[in-house]
Design a binder for this molecule. Structure first.
Ligand code: SF4
Length: 249
């Protein structure tokens, strides 16, 4: 599978682990779960472990891939890399020794910038002190609605150079969102069959909170049946801000 990424806010993906289990509403239409089933059927070696059908699916059982640890050393051109687009690095089934191995690779390849995103913020918080945080690692949590704001509190305790929130798919307003110690927020609507709608008022609220707090704001898409179905503009504007460390501001 290609390592280039169609995701607007990154350049490449790297999956040293694959597979996961749904844990909150934001997972209901997980694209990785659907894609893993297809990849298993195509015979892709990394996607032959089946997960619990209640929370996971064919080809989507958690699997670690030590062979994939070598890849970033081979990429000469600096890249912005989304780590584990097909998994969650802080899933309970990923041993801390392997998480450490992933962090070692990231530290030893400072030419790249790594974006790690999790919904397992409690495990992240517990593990964070035992990890070495190189400056090229950005750590983020997914927040789909107000019920998941504790993930942001966990993230604040992590010593990453950049801490970010991915509010995608955004499923409700976040009026209580507190942005202290947060550097970047991404918003986005859900896409694919059965996509749940994203209300512009919810995104406006987050945009305004970012503006008030001096936090970079990136609106990825409105979603719909296809990722680009609804475009990217909010009130006639495209929001493409990145954390100052990358934009050179
Ligand atoms: S945490 Fe992410 S990868 Fe795991 S099931 Fe949920 S959406 Fe999918």
């Amino acid at each position: 599978m290609s390592d280039s990424s169609p995701i607007e806010w990154t350049e490449a993906t790297w999956n040293p682990t694959t597979g996961c289990d749904r844990i909150s509403k934001g997972c209901d239409n997980c694209y990785a779960l659907t894609l893993s089933k297809r990849l298993k059927a195509m015979g892709a070696a990394k996607y032959q472990t089946d997960g619990d059908p209640r929370t996971s699916g064919p080809g989507f059982g958690v699997a670690i891939h030590p062979d994939a640890l070598e890849l970033p050393y081979r990429w000469r051109r600096p890249r912005v890399v989304f780590v584990n687009s097909m998994s969650d690095l802080f899933h309970a089934k990923v041993p801390i020794g392997f998480v450490r191995d992933v962090f070692t690779v990231m530290r030893e390849t400072p030419q790249h910038t790594y974006q790690v995103l999790t919904k397992r913020s409690a495990r992240l918080r517990r593990m964070a002190e035992r990890l070495d945080w190189p400056s090229n690692v950005w750590m983020g949590v997914s927040v789909e609605d107000e019920s998941q704001l504790a993930r942001v509190d966990d993230l604040r305790e992590v010593g990453a150079a950049v801490r970010f929130i991915s509010a995608e798919p955004l499923l409700g307003p976040l009026p209580s969102l507190e942005l202290e110690a947060i550097h970047w927020v991404i918003t986005g609507g859900e896409s694919g069959p059965g996509a749940r709608p994203c209300d512009p008022h919810w995104v406006r609220g987050i945009r305004d909170a970012c503006a008030a707090g001096g936090v970079a704001f990136f609106h990825k898409q409105w979603g719909g049946r296809h990722p680009k179905a609804g475009g990217r503009e909010l009130d006639g504007q495209v929001h493409n801000e990145m954390p100052a460390v990358l934009s050179g501001v």
